[in-house]
Design a protein around this ligand. Structure first.
Ligand SMILES: Nc1ncnc2c1ncn2[C@@H]1O[C@H](COP(=O)(O)OP(=O)(O)OP(=O)(O)O)[C@@H](O)[C@H]1O
Length: 130
């Protein structure tokens, strides 16, 4: 839901900037099913990494992959909203191209995260069960 305060000038304090930035994260979590699904996946990954005693380097790679996926999802949401704002829902081949490119970034980032997961978890699982 949009803020009742119709501010269009610059933020007046760090706290105000932070509050608007946090509102953006909450909007993404509320409106983006993919982001909520990713968040659930990240919790599972963190639990698995803890149980399997992942090392510092493993945690760093996993965190990098997780933050890249979140970054890509938020960027995708931003681009989708921007395109919808400009096209107002009308079909446009250019809008399709922009949205599909943006979705492509998310897909490639997700592939990277899966690759990191495989490289990190296969040795951990091997060590745990041998
Ligand atoms: N204005 C438009 N003009 C042309 N094609 C569009 C337009 N809006 C959406 N599309 C097409 O529909 C697809 C889905 O639209 P959109 O990305 O808004 O849905 P979504 O469900 O939020 O996607 P995602 O699964 O990436 O979250 C786009 O990838 C694009 O191919």
């Amino acid at each position: 839901m949009a803020s009742p305060v119709k501010q269009t000038d610059k933020n007046h304090s760090f706290a105000q900037s932070l509050s608007h930035a946090w509102a953006g994260v909450r909007i993404a979590l509320r409106e983006e099913r993919n982001l909520r699904r990713d968040a659930a996946g990240f919790i599972l990954v963190a639990v698995a990494a803890s149980v399997l005693h992942a090392g510092l380097a493993d945690w760093l790679w996993l965190m990098a992959a997780v933050w890249l996926v979140i970054f890509a999802e938020l960027s995708n949401t931003l681009i989708e909203n921007l395109v919808d704002f400009v096209t107002r829902g009308a079909f446009s081949p250019q809008a399709k191209k922009i949205k599909d490119l943006s979705a492509g970034i998310v897909l490639l980032t997700a592939f990277f995260a899966v690759l990191v997961g495989i490289v990190v978890f296969i040795p951990l699982l091997w060590a745990a069960f041998h």
